[in-house]
Design a protein around this ligand. Structure first.
Ligand SMILES: C[S@@+](CC[C@H](N)C(=O)[O-])C[C@H]1O[C@@H](n2cnc3c(N)ncnc32)[C@H](O)[C@@H]1O
Length: 321
């Protein structure tokens, strides 16, 4: 039972800390209990019980009467760290109750309702998911800039399933000759327009809401992003989407796929992700050979794979027309 009880309590405590803003309250330095409790608008008794547990599992440290964030907590769950994954904690609060229906999805082999349909009924979920994906995008952004070669003749970027828009924004900020179109479901684009506007990029980045499976995104493209979107589709859908991307790209155009690739022996992380997909979208992750087949059939010539570090960050597949 310890294997069940302890992970549950660890998740519950870390999510609660995220929701209460406890890690952020400690971002600028150690606090003693009464001040910490005051900052997170909580009882001293409750705060002490939560904080003591977080010390026990290594998320906080205690020096005398003062609590402080552990180095990795400061790095991953505060606004002064490398990337603030607090939106991931808020999303996990929602995912937790969905996980209660996992056995039903296992029994039937698919979710009763996909995540995207649930988001239409509960729009706040779309917003929450997009901001969680936004945190991932901040983490992945430097890898993309490093590995994706954008030539001066690459003018038009299509960002399929572009959600928060942060990848398009990063590339348009780096390459002043680039303009972008973001295609995603309306539920994922709720905050995107205002982000683009705030950064004064409205003249170069446009949103085109819709389902990418039947969306007319046009032709004459130079760069297409298909980032963490293939795992939300079936193999046949991906084959067709990649075929259509191939037809839309100019000669010399580049397709960039970011994915978690299935290996013969699944890692714990990949196996967990596949189980999540069974529940959320009824889809799965695919092998590098699957992508290679879809790409070569669609007329792509050079296909290269880059495994990111750490491996949990996934892989990039770059393919040229
Ligand atoms: C895992 S998120 C990735 C978001 C973003 N590309 C990134 O890398 O951060 C998958 C995105 O694909 C979008 N998506 C899934 N199926 C779609 C479809 N059929 N048409 C358009 N967008 C879709 C979702 O709404 C979501 O924003």
């Amino acid at each position: 039972m310890l294997d069940i009880y302890m992970p549950m309590m660890k998740s519950a405590a870390i999510i609660s800390a995220g929701r209460l803003g406890l890690f952020e309250a400690l971002a600028n330095g150690p606090l003693e209990l009464s001040l910490l409790a005051e900052k997170i608008h909580s009882s001293p008794q409750g705060t002490a019980t939560l904080a003591d547990f977080l010390v026990a599992v290594g998320y906080l440290e205690k020096q005398g009467e003062f609590f402080t964030n552990a180095a990795s907590t400061q790095r991953w769950f505060t606004s002064v760290g490398q990337v603030d994954y607090t939106p991931g904690l808020l999303w996990t609060q929602e995912a937790w109750s969905m996980m209660g229906t996992l056995s039903d999805a296992v029994r039937s082999g698919a979710p009763e309702q996909t995540l995207w349909d649930t988001m239409v009924e509960k729009p706040h979920l779309g917003q929450l998911f997009a901001s969680y994906m936004g945190a991932f995008a901040l983490d992945l952004g430097p890898d993309l800039l490093k590995h994706v070669p954008v030539a001066p003749r690459h003018l038009r970027l299509l960002d399929l399933g572009g959600s928060h828009g942060l990848h398009s924004i990063r590339f348009c900020q780096r390459y002043s000759h680039l303009s972008a179109v973001i295609v995603d479901l309306p539920s994922a684009l709720m905050e995107t327009g205002s982000t683009i506007e705030k950064l004064q990029l409205s003249d170069r980045i446009r949103m085109s809401p819709g389902n990418l499976l039947d969306h007319d995104w046009g032709r004459g493209l130079d760069l297409v992003f298909y980032l963490s979107v293939a795992h939300n589709h079936t193999a046949e859908e991906n084959r067709l989407v990649i075929q259509r991307i191939g037809e839309s790209l100019n000669p010399g155009g580049l397709l960039v796929i970011h994915e978690y690739l299935a290996e013969t022996q699944l890692s714990q992380f990949h196996a967990a992700f596949r189980l999540t997909l069974l529940l959320e979208t009824g889809t799965q992750i695919y092998r590098h050979e699957d992508y290679s087949n879809w790409l070569t059939t669609a007329g792509f010539t050079s296909v290269s794979r880059i495994d990111l570090d750490p491996r949990e960050k996934g892989s990039l597949i770059l393919a040229r027309r």
